[in-house]
Design a protein around this ligand. Sequence first.
Ligand code: MSP
Length: 511
Amino acid sequence: MTQSFYITTPIYYVNGAPHIGHAYTSIAADVMARFKRLDGYDVFFLTGTDEHGQKVEKAARDAGLDTQAFTDRISADFKAMADAMGVSYDDFIRTTEDRHKASCAELWRRIERNGDIYLGHYEGWYAVRDEAFYDESELTTRPDGTRVAPSGAPVEWVREPSYFFRLSAFQDRLLTLYEENPEFVAPSSRRNEVTSFVKGGLLDLSISRTTFNWGIPVPDAPGHVMYVWLDALTNYITACGFPDENAPRWHYWPADVHFVGKDIIRFHAVYWPAFLMAAGLPLPKRVSSHGWWVVEGEKMSKSLGNVIEPRKLAETYGLDQIRYFLLREKPFGTDGSMSHPAIVSRINVELANDLGNLAQRSLSLIARNCGGILPARGPATEDDTALLTAAGALLDLVRVNIDRQTFHEGLEEIWKVIRAANGYIDRQAPWALNKTDKTRMGEVLRVLVDTIRVVATLLQPVMPSSMARMLDQLGVSADARTFAALETPLTDGQTLPPPQGVFPRYVEPVA
Ligand code: MSP
């Protein structure tokens, strides 16, 4: 039976337009989803929108719109963004859907039945921007007297009746989880952070609100709506059909990996497993967190006017180029800066020169000197073997990096082979062999085609449409682009389509 693989993105708050930070989480998750599909897995890839809570309610009010109408509009925009960025989700969930309301109500009942929910009174700090409760000890005071959370979000004092989740009772079980599953939180720096947070002691968590009503009603508790993070996290099981364990998608649970930003790791690595333990449900296998993008060294913010719209970026530089840049420019787990020169350099040096020229040079020599017919391999020289061995080892190397979400290292492995192929073409000089040894010229070009084929096949998850074009030109049929298909050699003597450049250089527009 095909092994299943379940990948999620966070569900995005619909309080404003999507920006590059949102696109980044989704594209990284998409790369893994596409990689796993090509590697033979039955993948379920989920994304969607987080639509309840005070933050969204306030944004709708500020926009002068009915809350549901507002969320419909922004959710549709997030969906359009995912489509435009090539995010190959299998389902797009919205927390205002009925299936999700039913799922949350059932999860609540199960936790309550196990005795981990009790009614009390919350009095303390709350940051609407983070939709999070904070302890006094976590706050700092700005010069103007405002109290702020570590994220910089202003907090307000909240006092209301509330249901609580007995989070404090889960401390030992959580620590055991992290200890027994070192892969549960990634990267390891975040794992240490989460572990020390839990070791520091856990307070019970307020999980219902009574001062507004834009949320999922707590079962049998008029006036209470669920805390938006309990509601939001539940989306991951709703999409699998919870609570119907006979649902066609239930077998995908537990998730293999939740992709999240570093700002929301605590919710995913502490609260979420605790809720699931309390409900007697299996736990996700991994929470993989990424760092933030800043723009030209500055944090993105509406007030600075430097918020980057992902679709605009794709229009300016090309979608595949941007997907490549996002995964190549910085390690997944750390912060990184985005700038015009950095993007242009990746495009012109790595895509246009290293890869684009390599393919174009090899294929145009076949077009010109071999009548467009794919030549056969010959007896391998030492130089041939070295390159082909490096290409043959690539799948395993890249797979390891995808499984660890070290995307930039996986790409570096691929580029080592591309650079080796460029060295090979220069040394072998097939253009010169055209006059002296036509057979050997064909053999050299075939070694190049076979190498570029591996590279293009492995790069499909990152740059789907450019690599589809490259594989077309290499004569790889559409049904032979999986990783398993790499085992089957291309057919000698087939006619290749005329080569066309896949990666144009970025040229500054004339002002
Ligand atoms: N709704 C919650 C998630 C609930 S999941 C059950 C949420 N939404 S969000 O829209 O605010 O953020 C979603 C993701 O975008 C987070 O993973 C966050 O880290 C990411 N980013 C937001 N700004 C970012 C950058 N500037 N850079 C990179 N990613 C950032 O949190």
